[in-house]
Write a protein that binds this ligand. Structure first.
Ligand code: PLP
Length: 464
């Protein structure tokens, strides 16, 4: 993880402000004191303070020094409409994974669990494909993807009124590659993009690798995607693109209504913003009603939609797609540079599953199991975790967003998780703003074993 020298003091100042230890209006340590204390140069200390100023936490008073900003109301939940460099202040994800030695109960991998992957169906279909296509699978396939597969994807999308032309569809190696291609097609280094907050860390990593600056727009189960915030961010900045998961957002599970999708589209059109829509969980509504996409309301060609089969079939099925809207030419060049052909065996396998309705059959039973898991997980957390714990209420997908009460020491909580051998995904990996320290994500995409239930209960007991 990249980190800056100034973090030796900015992390603790930020923590103290968020916890109310440093009060609004209070003077913060002087540049000279911090220099001495941490053996830093004046410029490094000033850069650190500038970072805190840009986060809205600190105010600089010329010739006097740095002060805690006011008013500081519920900072924990506040994300500011400011442009951020994509840097994790504190990314526990890596340390938690690295330190885990013992066998674990995994609630941190957002993909179908081993017991819910349709293993037999996938392996049988792959064997049939190998028999039928034999050595043909060893050749290069068309860089943009297998035509017949594209037609199947297009017909499936038409069921939820998402009209895609074959001339703008690219088959990709998963959803993340689709996002990489989409962003690289419309942005240059240092451009500003808007992302949802919290935002899954894989999307943050793509922004970081592409050296894009980000504005984090709140997306919560209570208020949904904050359109007003987006509007303000667009008025103040030249925002090139918005990356958004309108259906069963990861990690909250929140979903935008059709009206919200349309309002978002009109903001995007007004400000010339390209919407890059992640529909990776769209096929997994608990009630079986396939939600619409933002794309289904778009007539101007400003929405690029992408998805993959990693979340619905298995993460090892490396197959996704991107509808490129007006950006096909650029997108296919980038796709080619990233490796031309997507593995023929996966293309043929998914084509077959979409052709003979087995994909739809699998989805029906998968989402019924997910609906049960969701309720079970929420009940279990409510039973075991302390009063004041807030749990999101998803209507599809398999991600839950949990907020621990203020008094819980999160460092101790994660240490206890490591000892117990349980993995959640820490909240601070879902933002560059450090706003979600006392949150974590629970993934319920596998069957429950008694070992898993006991693991959650023992963590719950510990933090009570
Ligand atoms: C929102 C989102 N996009 C993309 C991905 C990655 O998908 P894929 O494995 O198809 O690249 C994930 C999962 O890690 C995700 O949650």
């Amino acid at each position: 993880m990249r980190s800056y020298k100034f973090e030796v003091f900015t992390v603790s100042i930020e923590k103290n402000i968020r916890k109310g230890i440093y009060q609004p209006g209070q003077r913060l340590p002087s540049v000279r004191d911090l220099k001495k204390m941490h053996h830093l140069s004046t410029t490094t200390v000033q850069h650190g303070y500038e970072r805190l100023v840009s986060q809205g936490l600190v105010t600089s008073v010329p010739k006097k020094g740095y002060y805690v900003s006011e008013p500081i109301t519920d900072l924990e939940n506040t994300v500011y409409p400011i442009v951020r460099d994509p840097i994790f202040v504190n990314n526990r994800f890596h340390t938690t994974s690295a330190n885990l030695k013992r066998s674990v109960s995994e609630f941190n991998v957002a993909a179908p669990g081993d017991l819910l992957i349709p293993q037999k169906l996938l392996l049988r279909t792959m064997q049939q494909v190998i028999r039928d296509k034999s050595a043909g699978l060893l050749r290069y396939y068309d860089s943009n993807g297998l035509q017949d597969l594209k037609h199947k994807i297009i017909s499936h999308a038409a069921i939820y009124r998402t009209i895609i032309s074959p001339d703008e569809l690219l088959i990709t190696d998963g959803a993340l590659q689709a996002l990489y291609i989409a962003l690289s097609s419309v942005c240059e280094t240092n451009d500003v993009i808007a992302i949802e907050s919290p935002c899954v860390f894989s999307v943050l990593e793509v922004a970081r690798v592409l050296k894009l600056k980000v504005i984090e727009i709140p997306f919560t189960t209570k208020i949904g995607f904050d359109l007003d915030f987006l509007r303000k961010a667009c008025l103040k900045n030249n925002v090139k693109a918005l990356v958004i998961t309108p259906n069963f957002h990861n990690p909250t599970g929140a979903m935008m209504t059709d009206e919200e999708k349309q309002s978002l589209l009109s903001i995007a059109q007004k400000h010339g913003l390209i919407v890059i829509e992640n529909d990776i969980y769209g096929d997994l509504p608990f009630n079986g009603e396939r939600p619409s996409t933002i794309r289904s309301f778009d007539e101007s060609g400003s929405v690029m939609t992408y998805s993959s089969y990693a979340k619905t079939l298995a993460p090892g099925v490396r197959l996704g797609w991107l509808s490129t809207a007006h950006f096909m030419h650029r997108a296919e060049q980038i796709k080619f540079a990233l490796g031309s052909t997507v593995s023929p065996i996966y293309q043929e396998t998914v084509h077959r599953l979409l052709s003979n309705a087995s994909y739809q059959r699998h989805i029906r039973s998968f989402r019924a199991q997910l609906a049960k898991n969701a309720q079970f997980t929420i009940d279990l957390l409510n039973e075991c975790f302390p009063r004041g714990t807030q749990i999101s209420d998803p209507k599809g997908g398999y991600n839950l967003w949990v907020k621990l009460p203020k008094h819980i020491d999160v460092d101790l909580f994660y240490r206890k998780c490591e000892e117990t051998g349980i993995r959640f995904t820490p909240g601070d990996t879902f933002s560059f703003s450090n706003a979600f320290e006392n949150h974590f994500r629970v993934v319920f995409s596998d069957k429950y074993s008694s070992k898993k239930i006991e693991a959650i209960k023992s963590i719950g007991k510990y933090i009570h």
